[in-house]
Design a protein around this ligand. Structure first.
Ligand SMILES: [Zn+2]
Length: 353
Protein backbone atom coordinates (compact mmCIF):
# COMPACT_ATOMS: atom_id res chain seq x y z
CA UNK A 1 0.00 0.00 0.00
CA UNK A 2 1.25 3.45 -0.92
CA UNK A 3 0.07 6.94 0.01
CA UNK A 4 -2.44 6.81 -2.84
CA UNK A 5 -4.48 4.10 -1.05
CA UNK A 6 -4.67 5.84 2.33
CA UNK A 7 -8.16 6.88 3.38
CA UNK A 8 -8.50 10.65 3.95
CA UNK A 9 -5.65 12.71 5.48
CA UNK A 10 -5.01 14.43 2.15
CA UNK A 11 -3.25 17.46 3.64
CA UNK A 12 -0.82 15.40 5.77
CA UNK A 13 -0.11 12.96 2.93
CA UNK A 14 0.30 15.82 0.41
CA UNK A 15 2.81 17.54 2.68
CA UNK A 16 4.81 14.34 3.17
CA UNK A 17 4.87 13.60 -0.55
CA UNK A 18 6.11 17.10 -1.29
CA UNK A 19 8.86 16.75 1.32
CA UNK A 20 9.84 13.37 -0.15
CA UNK A 21 9.93 14.70 -3.71
CA UNK A 22 12.21 17.54 -2.62
CA UNK A 23 14.26 15.20 -0.42
CA UNK A 24 13.72 17.58 2.47
CA UNK A 25 12.59 15.59 5.46
CA UNK A 26 13.15 16.65 9.07
CA UNK A 27 14.91 14.27 11.46
CA UNK A 28 11.73 13.69 13.47
CA UNK A 29 7.96 13.83 13.01
CA UNK A 30 5.21 13.84 15.60
CA UNK A 31 1.88 12.56 14.28
CA UNK A 32 -1.08 13.37 16.54
CA UNK A 33 -4.77 12.60 16.24
CA UNK A 34 -7.50 10.40 17.65
CA UNK A 35 -7.17 6.62 17.53
CA UNK A 36 -7.91 4.98 14.20
CA UNK A 37 -7.29 7.86 11.79
CA UNK A 38 -4.23 6.35 10.11
CA UNK A 39 -1.21 7.71 12.02
CA UNK A 40 0.61 4.38 12.15
CA UNK A 41 -0.31 3.47 8.58
CA UNK A 42 1.02 6.81 7.28
CA UNK A 43 4.18 6.38 9.39
CA UNK A 44 4.84 2.92 7.94
CA UNK A 45 4.05 4.09 4.40
CA UNK A 46 6.49 6.97 4.85
CA UNK A 47 9.11 4.47 6.09
CA UNK A 48 8.57 2.48 2.91
CA UNK A 49 8.60 5.50 0.58
CA UNK A 50 11.81 6.88 2.11
CA UNK A 51 13.62 3.66 1.21
CA UNK A 52 11.83 2.75 -2.04
CA UNK A 53 14.18 2.05 -4.96
CA UNK A 54 11.77 3.46 -7.56
CA UNK A 55 9.98 6.35 -5.82
CA UNK A 56 7.48 8.11 -8.07
CA UNK A 57 6.10 11.56 -7.19
CA UNK A 58 6.85 11.11 -3.52
CA UNK A 59 5.12 7.75 -3.23
CA UNK A 60 6.54 4.23 -2.95
CA UNK A 61 6.32 1.80 -5.87
CA UNK A 62 5.16 -1.06 -3.62
CA UNK A 63 6.98 -3.60 -5.87
CA UNK A 64 10.75 -3.18 -5.39
CA UNK A 65 12.68 -5.41 -2.98
CA UNK A 66 12.83 -2.68 -0.35
CA UNK A 67 9.04 -2.08 -0.53
CA UNK A 68 8.33 -5.80 -0.33
CA UNK A 69 10.58 -6.19 2.71
CA UNK A 70 8.90 -3.19 4.35
CA UNK A 71 5.43 -4.57 3.66
CA UNK A 72 6.31 -7.94 5.18
CA UNK A 73 7.90 -6.29 8.24
CA UNK A 74 11.37 -7.61 7.34
CA UNK A 75 13.21 -4.44 6.36
CA UNK A 76 16.29 -4.20 8.59
CA UNK A 77 16.19 -0.37 8.61
CA UNK A 78 12.53 0.01 9.59
CA UNK A 79 11.53 -0.67 13.16
CA UNK A 80 8.51 -0.12 15.34
CA UNK A 81 8.73 0.52 19.07
CA UNK A 82 5.53 -0.27 20.98
CA UNK A 83 4.65 -0.54 24.65
CA UNK A 84 6.20 -3.51 26.38
CA UNK A 85 3.35 -4.19 28.82
CA UNK A 86 1.86 -0.86 29.87
CA UNK A 87 4.87 1.31 29.02
CA UNK A 88 7.68 1.93 26.58
CA UNK A 89 10.64 1.17 28.75
CA UNK A 90 14.08 2.77 29.06
CA UNK A 91 15.70 -0.43 27.72
CA UNK A 92 13.80 -0.03 24.44
CA UNK A 93 15.09 3.53 23.96
CA UNK A 94 18.63 2.49 24.96
CA UNK A 95 18.50 -0.24 22.33
CA UNK A 96 17.35 2.36 19.78
CA UNK A 97 20.26 4.63 20.75
CA UNK A 98 22.72 1.79 20.20
CA UNK A 99 21.36 1.05 16.73
CA UNK A 100 21.59 4.72 15.75
CA UNK A 101 25.41 4.63 16.06
CA UNK A 102 25.60 2.67 12.80
CA UNK A 103 24.64 3.58 9.26
CA UNK A 104 21.48 2.02 7.76
CA UNK A 105 22.11 -1.58 6.69
CA UNK A 106 20.32 -1.63 3.33
CA UNK A 107 18.20 1.46 2.82
CA UNK A 108 18.88 5.17 2.46
CA UNK A 109 17.43 5.98 5.84
CA UNK A 110 16.78 4.13 9.07
CA UNK A 111 13.21 4.84 10.20
CA UNK A 112 12.04 4.20 13.74
CA UNK A 113 8.36 4.58 14.55
CA UNK A 114 7.52 5.04 18.23
CA UNK A 115 3.83 4.22 18.57
CA UNK A 116 1.88 5.92 21.36
CA UNK A 117 4.98 7.82 22.45
CA UNK A 118 3.29 9.17 25.63
CA UNK A 119 3.54 5.60 26.95
CA UNK A 120 7.25 6.25 27.52
CA UNK A 121 8.17 6.35 31.17
CA UNK A 122 9.99 9.50 32.31
CA UNK A 123 13.47 7.96 31.98
CA UNK A 124 12.68 6.67 28.48
CA UNK A 125 11.34 10.09 27.45
CA UNK A 126 14.50 11.81 28.73
CA UNK A 127 16.69 9.31 26.88
CA UNK A 128 14.74 9.96 23.67
CA UNK A 129 15.10 13.70 24.18
CA UNK A 130 18.89 13.29 24.10
CA UNK A 131 18.57 11.50 20.75
CA UNK A 132 16.41 14.32 19.39
CA UNK A 133 18.88 16.94 20.63
CA UNK A 134 21.70 15.40 18.60
CA UNK A 135 19.97 13.59 15.73
CA UNK A 136 22.28 11.19 13.88
CA UNK A 137 22.30 11.54 10.06
CA UNK A 138 20.38 9.10 7.81
CA UNK A 139 17.80 8.51 10.50
CA UNK A 140 14.14 9.44 10.77
CA UNK A 141 12.10 9.16 13.95
CA UNK A 142 8.30 9.19 13.81
CA UNK A 143 6.39 9.52 17.07
CA UNK A 144 2.64 8.96 17.23
CA UNK A 145 0.35 10.21 19.99
CA UNK A 146 -3.29 11.03 20.57
CA UNK A 147 -2.36 14.54 21.66
CA UNK A 148 0.91 16.44 21.95
CA UNK A 149 0.09 17.65 25.48
CA UNK A 150 0.76 14.12 26.73
CA UNK A 151 4.45 14.50 25.78
CA UNK A 152 7.08 16.69 27.40
CA UNK A 153 7.24 20.03 25.51
CA UNK A 154 10.95 19.67 24.74
CA UNK A 155 10.22 16.50 22.74
CA UNK A 156 7.34 18.14 20.86
CA UNK A 157 9.43 21.19 19.97
CA UNK A 158 12.10 19.00 18.36
CA UNK A 159 9.66 17.26 16.01
CA UNK A 160 7.74 18.47 12.98
CA UNK A 161 4.20 18.18 14.32
CA UNK A 162 1.50 16.99 11.90
CA UNK A 163 -2.11 16.80 13.06
CA UNK A 164 -4.38 14.05 11.70
CA UNK A 165 -8.06 14.97 11.39
CA UNK A 166 -11.01 12.63 12.08
CA UNK A 167 -12.00 10.88 8.86
CA UNK A 168 -15.02 12.22 7.00
CA UNK A 169 -18.21 10.17 7.44
CA UNK A 170 -18.51 10.00 3.65
CA UNK A 171 -15.02 8.42 3.38
CA UNK A 172 -15.87 5.88 6.09
CA UNK A 173 -19.21 5.08 4.46
CA UNK A 174 -17.53 4.47 1.11
CA UNK A 175 -14.88 2.28 2.75
CA UNK A 176 -17.48 0.20 4.62
CA UNK A 177 -19.64 -0.37 1.55
CA UNK A 178 -16.64 -1.37 -0.56
CA UNK A 179 -14.63 -3.42 1.94
CA UNK A 180 -17.42 -5.07 3.91
CA UNK A 181 -20.19 -4.94 1.31
CA UNK A 182 -22.53 -3.30 3.82
CA UNK A 183 -25.83 -1.83 2.63
CA UNK A 184 -25.45 1.98 2.31
CA UNK A 185 -27.85 2.75 5.18
CA UNK A 186 -26.00 0.51 7.63
CA UNK A 187 -22.63 1.83 6.44
CA UNK A 188 -23.83 5.42 7.03
CA UNK A 189 -25.02 4.55 10.54
CA UNK A 190 -21.71 2.89 11.47
CA UNK A 191 -19.72 5.77 9.93
CA UNK A 192 -21.66 8.22 12.11
CA UNK A 193 -21.16 6.11 15.24
CA UNK A 194 -17.43 5.73 14.53
CA UNK A 195 -16.85 9.47 15.02
CA UNK A 196 -14.15 9.71 12.35
CA UNK A 197 -12.15 6.64 13.38
CA UNK A 198 -11.58 3.84 10.87
CA UNK A 199 -10.57 1.31 13.52
CA UNK A 200 -13.75 2.14 15.43
CA UNK A 201 -15.83 1.71 12.28
CA UNK A 202 -14.20 -1.68 11.65
CA UNK A 203 -15.10 -2.79 15.19
CA UNK A 204 -18.71 -1.75 14.71
CA UNK A 205 -19.11 -3.96 11.65
CA UNK A 206 -19.56 -6.67 14.31
CA UNK A 207 -23.33 -7.11 14.50
CA UNK A 208 -23.18 -7.99 18.19
CA UNK A 209 -21.87 -4.52 19.04
CA UNK A 210 -24.66 -2.76 17.15
CA UNK A 211 -27.26 -5.07 18.72
CA UNK A 212 -25.92 -4.21 22.18
CA UNK A 213 -26.14 -0.51 21.38
CA UNK A 214 -29.75 -1.00 20.33
CA UNK A 215 -30.53 -2.65 23.67
CA UNK A 216 -28.85 0.11 25.70
CA UNK A 217 -30.56 2.91 23.82
CA UNK A 218 -33.96 1.20 23.97
CA UNK A 219 -33.55 1.00 27.76
CA UNK A 220 -32.80 4.71 28.23
CA UNK A 221 -35.37 5.78 25.65
CA UNK A 222 -38.10 4.02 27.63
CA UNK A 223 -37.01 5.02 31.14
CA UNK A 224 -40.30 6.77 31.85
CA UNK A 225 -42.09 3.40 31.64
CA UNK A 226 -40.01 1.90 34.44
CA UNK A 227 -40.77 1.99 38.14
CA UNK A 228 -37.83 3.11 40.27
CA UNK A 229 -37.56 -0.37 41.86
CA UNK A 230 -37.27 -1.97 38.42
CA UNK A 231 -34.26 0.18 37.66
CA UNK A 232 -32.21 -1.53 40.38
CA UNK A 233 -32.88 -4.88 38.69
CA UNK A 234 -32.09 -3.33 35.30
CA UNK A 235 -28.75 -2.04 36.60
CA UNK A 236 -27.90 -5.48 37.99
CA UNK A 237 -28.83 -7.24 34.73
CA UNK A 238 -26.97 -4.63 32.72
CA UNK A 239 -23.79 -4.99 34.71
CA UNK A 240 -23.78 -8.77 34.61
CA UNK A 241 -22.42 -11.02 31.91
CA UNK A 242 -19.60 -10.24 29.58
CA UNK A 243 -20.73 -6.77 28.61
CA UNK A 244 -18.29 -4.04 27.70
CA UNK A 245 -19.15 -1.42 30.29
CA UNK A 246 -16.92 1.28 28.79
CA UNK A 247 -18.65 0.76 25.47
CA UNK A 248 -22.10 0.96 27.10
CA UNK A 249 -21.12 4.29 28.65
CA UNK A 250 -19.97 5.45 25.22
CA UNK A 251 -23.40 4.63 23.78
CA UNK A 252 -25.02 6.56 26.60
CA UNK A 253 -22.76 9.52 25.82
CA UNK A 254 -23.87 9.53 22.17
CA UNK A 255 -27.50 9.36 23.35
CA UNK A 256 -27.05 12.30 25.75
CA UNK A 257 -25.21 14.25 23.07
CA UNK A 258 -28.04 13.67 20.59
CA UNK A 259 -30.67 14.85 23.10
CA UNK A 260 -28.68 18.02 23.74
CA UNK A 261 -28.10 18.66 20.05
CA UNK A 262 -31.80 18.16 19.41
CA UNK A 263 -32.79 20.57 22.23
CA UNK A 264 -30.38 23.20 21.01
CA UNK A 265 -32.06 22.89 17.63
CA UNK A 266 -28.70 22.65 15.92
CA UNK A 267 -29.65 19.33 14.40
CA UNK A 268 -29.85 19.46 10.62
CA UNK A 269 -30.83 16.38 8.66
CA UNK A 270 -28.41 13.60 9.51
CA UNK A 271 -26.47 15.29 12.32
CA UNK A 272 -27.76 12.92 14.98
CA UNK A 273 -25.21 10.20 15.73
CA UNK A 274 -28.01 7.73 16.48
CA UNK A 275 -29.94 8.63 13.38
CA UNK A 276 -31.94 5.38 13.50
CA UNK A 277 -33.39 6.55 16.85
CA UNK A 278 -34.48 9.98 15.58
CA UNK A 279 -38.13 9.57 16.59
CA UNK A 280 -37.26 8.44 20.12
CA UNK A 281 -34.72 11.26 20.45
CA UNK A 282 -37.41 13.76 19.42
CA UNK A 283 -39.71 12.35 22.14
CA UNK A 284 -37.09 12.10 24.88
CA UNK A 285 -35.16 15.35 24.36
CA UNK A 286 -37.85 17.79 25.61
CA UNK A 287 -38.07 15.80 28.88
CA UNK A 288 -34.64 17.09 29.90
CA UNK A 289 -33.26 20.58 30.33
CA UNK A 290 -29.90 21.23 28.72
CA UNK A 291 -28.08 21.76 32.01
CA UNK A 292 -29.16 18.28 33.15
CA UNK A 293 -27.91 16.75 29.93
CA UNK A 294 -24.52 18.43 30.26
CA UNK A 295 -24.21 17.14 33.83
CA UNK A 296 -25.22 13.62 32.79
CA UNK A 297 -22.61 13.74 30.02
CA UNK A 298 -19.95 14.82 32.52
CA UNK A 299 -21.01 12.00 34.83
CA UNK A 300 -20.56 9.49 32.00
CA UNK A 301 -17.10 10.88 31.16
CA UNK A 302 -16.04 10.64 34.81
CA UNK A 303 -17.39 7.10 35.06
CA UNK A 304 -15.42 6.08 31.95
CA UNK A 305 -12.22 7.50 33.40
CA UNK A 306 -12.86 5.72 36.69
CA UNK A 307 -13.28 2.29 35.07
CA UNK A 308 -9.57 1.61 35.26
CA UNK A 309 -9.73 2.13 39.04
CA UNK A 310 -12.18 -0.70 39.74
CA UNK A 311 -15.30 1.38 39.75
CA UNK A 312 -18.37 -0.27 41.31
CA UNK A 313 -20.29 -0.65 38.06
CA UNK A 314 -23.62 -1.60 39.55
CA UNK A 315 -23.66 1.40 41.88
CA UNK A 316 -22.66 3.67 39.03
CA UNK A 317 -25.47 2.36 36.80
CA UNK A 318 -28.05 2.51 39.59
CA UNK A 319 -27.17 6.14 40.26
CA UNK A 320 -27.31 7.02 36.59
CA UNK A 321 -30.60 5.24 35.83
CA UNK A 322 -32.36 6.45 38.98
CA UNK A 323 -31.26 9.98 38.32
CA UNK A 324 -32.31 9.94 34.68
CA UNK A 325 -35.60 8.40 35.75
CA UNK A 326 -36.24 11.10 38.34
CA UNK A 327 -35.45 13.78 35.78
CA UNK A 328 -37.94 12.32 33.33
CA UNK A 329 -40.73 11.76 35.84
CA UNK A 330 -40.47 14.88 38.04
CA UNK A 331 -39.31 17.63 35.65
CA UNK A 332 -36.89 18.76 38.33
CA UNK A 333 -35.69 22.33 38.22
CA UNK A 334 -32.10 22.41 37.02
CA UNK A 335 -31.12 25.06 39.58
CA UNK A 336 -31.67 22.60 42.43
CA UNK A 337 -30.07 19.69 40.63
CA UNK A 338 -26.71 18.06 41.01
CA UNK A 339 -26.06 14.51 39.91
CA UNK A 340 -24.61 12.60 42.87
CA UNK A 341 -21.30 11.01 42.16
CA UNK A 342 -19.90 13.71 39.94
CA UNK A 343 -16.22 14.25 40.46
CA UNK A 344 -13.41 11.88 41.27
CA UNK A 345 -13.56 12.66 44.99
CA UNK A 346 -17.06 11.28 45.22
CA UNK A 347 -16.09 8.29 43.08
CA UNK A 348 -13.27 7.56 45.46
CA UNK A 349 -15.68 7.41 48.40
CA UNK A 350 -18.70 5.87 46.73
CA UNK A 351 -17.97 3.86 43.64
CA UNK A 352 -14.78 1.98 44.23
CA UNK A 353 -15.06 -1.72 44.85
ZN1 LIG B 1 9.55 0.49 -3.96
Amino acid sequence: MGFAEILGQQSVVGLLQKALSRERLPHAFLFTGMQGVGKLLVALTLSKAVNCEQTVAGDCCDHCLSCRKATSGNHPDISLIESDGSFIKIEQIRSLKRSLRFRPLEGRCRVTVIQNAPNMKAEAANALLKVLEEPPPDNLLILTATESAALIPTIVSRCLHLRFQPLAASDLTAHLTQTHSLPPERARLIAGLAGGSLSRAEELVDEGKIARRHKVLEAVANLHQFKAADLIATAEAWRGGNTDFVQDLEWLKTWTRDLLIYNLKVVAGGDLINSDFDNKIATAAPQFCNQHLIEVFEFLCTAQEAISYNINKRLCLETLLLRLHSLVTTNEDSASYSLPGLGKGIFARTFYE
